[in-house]
Design a binder for this molecule. Sequence first.
Ligand SMILES: *Cc1c(COP(=O)(O)O)cnc(C)c1O
Length: 382
Amino acid sequence: MRTTSPVWVEIDAGAIAHNLDVVRGEVGITTRLCGVVKADAYGHGIPVVLPILTAAGVDTIGITSNQEAEEVRRLGFPGRIIRLRTALRDEIQEGARLDIEEWVGGGDHARVVVAAARSLGRPLRVHLSLNSTGLSRDGMDWDDPQAQPHLRRIAASPELAIVGVCSHFPCEDADDVRAGALAFRNQAGAAERVLGAPRGRFEKHCATSYAALTVPDSRMDMVRIGAALYGDTSAAIPDLLPAMRLVSRIAAINPYPAGSTVGYDRAARIDRSSRLAVIPVGYADGYPRTLGGRGHGLGPGTFAPVIDRLAMNSLVIDVTQVPSAQVGDEVVLYGRQGSAQIRSADIERASGTIAAGSYTAWARLNPRVVVDVPASESVPTG
Ligand SMILES: *Cc1c(COP(=O)(O)O)cnc(C)c1O
């Protein structure tokens, strides 16, 4: 695939397949794996990621929006689709044709799902979220005096076909996850008894990539894996490969004398004569403006600092130390280049914002090119 766009997002399909193998190897084959493709597979593209998941036997997909579920079905996926957030009533009704299992986010939200099911004239398959981990976002809190009445009402609602009981962790910290998983296991068991689980139990799940790869006790019946598929987890698994690059090229190079100021607001100043390269990527393309003066571009084997305050569609890197740099050279702004790489942690440290917020935007705003790099040429994130 080729693009004439001056900036593009490159997805390494081989890295995603490899990462899935690594995760499978860690969690084993008896734990169900829900492949998370929300935000268009974290920007990697549902059409790229879904076939990799299904080829490996993944039968459960996690989404957030109806559009994502629609795309998953359009691609022919016959398995289970779980929504990983609480949905609005209209959304639930509209999504029902896609056979989405809904995330019941508390006792009152259960009423919303019941109302949607009544309008549809059929029960909806749901997962009940508990606040056992203390995320306090969309789970029922066990200490709420209304919790038991809510549970009994949910149990008595024929509109709700309960499939699972779930929770979600607030922190990527092993002790925090361990404690949350234990609390969840106990509360989910107690909830099952009130809800009258068929065969005594529902599917219990709380683990994300970090939890599943760090605390085996958090895995339970199913793990919900997003970040690790894309090689962007803080779990200490060195074999995972980053699967995305943000790439552009040098459009022009100019020498400027010592003392010149660079870019808007004269925010940067060079105190020696310098060769500056302009890259046709700016904040409107999703590159965070907070990386102005802090980010890096990566040519073959070299880091060149982003020195200016970023324009809408261009930025300036200093290539004084890279005499070989020339117009047309590829510049990587995120991901790997040869044996070097710019990681999520680098972006996060420099910008003060979460890297996923940036790379999901790059993928929405720029063309996507899919490649398949042999694993032997890939550099682990570790
Ligand atoms: C995004 C999400 C996941 C996947 O988390 P990762 O850290 O990307 O693996 C799992 N569960 C819920 C509820 C989510 O929103």
